[in-house]
Design a binder for this molecule. Structure first.
Ligand code: FES
Length: 101
């Protein structure tokens, strides 16, 4: 059963770069997109790169190892079909960011 966890302070999130956090036993890449919070699985399906160390280009999170790209909107990989990452529900609650994992 998924549960909500406090993941980080809302002021820690950037629009251009992800941060890496362990939340409920899972590693997640967290970032801000406009008013939305984006929480994607950290592990890149290509070779295990950390998306939490990636950056944003044109609405996609770029893996720092070999630059596969994942849509912020839904985690879909636009570099290699069928290699998407999970996007988790996330929301701001006051000064904190909470994620459903
Ligand atoms: S490990 Fe992410 S693109 Fe290769």
């Amino acid at each position: 059963m998924p549960e909500w966890y406090a993941a980080c302070g809302s002021g820690e999130l950037d629009a251009g770069r992800a941060i890496l956090r362990e939340v409920g036993g899972l590693k997640l890449a967290l970032l801000r997109e406009g008013d939305s919070i984006v929480a994607l699985s950290d592990r890149c399906p290509h070779a295990g790169g950390s998306l939490g160390r990636g950056w944003v280009e044109e609405g996609e999170l770029v893996c720092p190892l070999h630059r596969w790209r994942f849509r912020l909107a839904d985690g879909r990989c636009t570099t290699m079909r069928g290699q998407s990452v999970h996007r988790f529900r996330a929301e701001r609650r006051g000064e904190e960011v909470w994620v459903l994992v």
